[in-house]
Design a protein around this ligand. Structure first.
Ligand code: IDP
Ligand code: MG
Length: 142
């Protein structure tokens, strides 16, 4: 019997990518001990984002979120390691970068810019089902 190591989908969002924070995010992932299984730089299409953020359709920040996420390149990353889904969410910190604790990616590197959508540097899958679904969107070949 083989056991599949857990995987999570991480995105360095356009704000993080354009600020040159991709290396810093990957450094924290690797320093934590997770492995990088796949890595790509891509400008997301609105179709990909509609799939990725389907759960948020209809919310007030949905259209600003799709506009923001399609505004430039992102680094899409598959990370690997036992409990990496939960572990990366802990590394990322709270959704609101003002409330995110110092020591986390969003707490250390993010801030509120007073926009309709929070620009908070990274995305990380929130469950095993989300991870499988999201890896399929960003890395259909995996
Ligand atoms: P998460 O990225 O921490 O999992 P989600 O609730 O899945 O947070 O929301 C997806 C993204 O939408 C967030 O990362 C953030 O960029 C944005 N967002 C979520 N909630 C709000 C909000 O209340 N106001 C503005 N932007 C939001
Ligand atoms: Mg989420």
């Amino acid at each position: 019997m083989t056991t599949q190591t857990e995987r999570s989908l991480v995105l360095v969002k356009p704000d993080g990518f354009s600020r040159g924070l991709t290396g810093e995010v990957l450094r924290r992932v690797e320093a934590k001990g997770y492995t990088i299984a796949a890595l790509a730089v891509t400008t997301p299409t609105r179709k990909q984002l509609a799939e990725h953020y389907a759960e948020h359709e209809g919310k007030p920040f949905y259209e600003p979120l799709v506009d923001f996420m399609s505004s430039g390149p992102v680094a899409a990353v598959v990370i690997e390691g036992h409990r990496c889904i939960e572990g990366f969410r802990a590394l990322a910190g709270a959704t609101d970068p003002t409330a995110a604790l110092p020591g986390t990616i969003r707490g250390d590197l993010g801030r509120d810019w007073g926009l309709k959508v929070q620009q908070n540097i990274v995305h990380g899958s929130d469950s095993a089902d989300s991870a499988t679904r999201e890896i399929g969107i960003w890395f259909p070949e995996l």
